[in-house]
Design a protein around this ligand. Structure first.
Ligand SMILES: [Zn+2]
Length: 239
């Protein structure tokens, strides 16, 4: 997927520090979709012009506003146009964006492969598995191979230690609550770390798992659960 003009507009508006509610980008600066929120900005490869109000936009004599917005001589001739970057700078941003896109794609492919490998290790050919948090015996399509200590925080050795660091968790709430630190495992039990008024469904869920012994509590996993609990100590508070 190439970087879209919408992504470019958002990236450049942020990169150039524009406080606008809508930004549109066109490299050549001579044709745009409608600007619909104000303050809004039209951007080209070398700069931008901001319209504080819809009136300022509609009455701009350099624009031909119909269904689309034409700027026959480019937005660079509009008073207030701010020249920001040379073409070189833009190519640099452009290549960075392409690079992020590529990295993102590679990361997705890698994490899909890793997940397939870990699922194979956890579930083999079986079509059911047990969530280590709530104990539900579920179709494997509702379970994920969850890292106790997130992959990104692991050392190389820990990454290879998937036997201890990776366990099945369900997609019915346990994986999300564990990942966000709203529950941890200590002394062999699941401990919920949410306080305050809870919405009924969430309340039922956490009541069912709080203080529940977990089948995942094994010697090689203590360090990972300890890390996770320590890391999420601060989340002992209302949602
Ligand atoms: Zn579960």
């Amino acid at each position: 997927m190439s970087v879209s003009e919408k992504q470019r507009a958002q990236y450049l508006a942020k990169h150039w520090g524009l406080s606008v509610r809508h930004a549109l980008y066109r490299k050549t600066g001579n044709w745009y979709h409608q600007l619909s929120k104000f303050p809004g900005a039209l951007l080209d490869a070398n700069g931008y012009v901001i319209f504080d109000t819809e009136k300022a936009f509609r009455t701009c004599s350099q624009l031909q506003i119909g269904k689309q917005v034409g700027a026959p001589h480019g937005i660079k001739v509009i008073p207030g146009y701010v020249h920001v970057s040379a073409d070189d700078d833009f190519s640099e941003i452009d290549s960075k964006l392409q690079q992020f896109d590529k990295l993102d794609k590679e990361r997705k492919i890698y994490s899909r492969r890793e997940q397939a490998f870990l699922r194979d290790y956890l579930f083999g050919r079986g079509d059911r598995g047990t969530c280590v948090i709530c104990g539900s015996y579920l179709p494997t399509s509702l379970l994920v191979a969850a890292h106790i200590k997130p992959r990104a925080s692991c050392t190389d050795a820990e990454r290879r230690d998937f036997v201890n660091n990776v366990v099945p968790m369900c997609l019915l709430g346990c994986d999300a609550l564990f990942e966000r630190g709203f529950l941890v495992a200590q002394e062999g039990k699941v401990k919920v770390r949410i306080e305050g008024e809870l919405e009924p469904r969430l309340k039922n869920l956490v009541n069912a798992i709080d203080e529940r012994p977990t089948i995942a509590w094994k010697l090689g996993r203590f360090r990972y659960f300890r890390w996770h609990a320590k890391q999420n100590r601060a989340t002992l508070q209302s949602l």
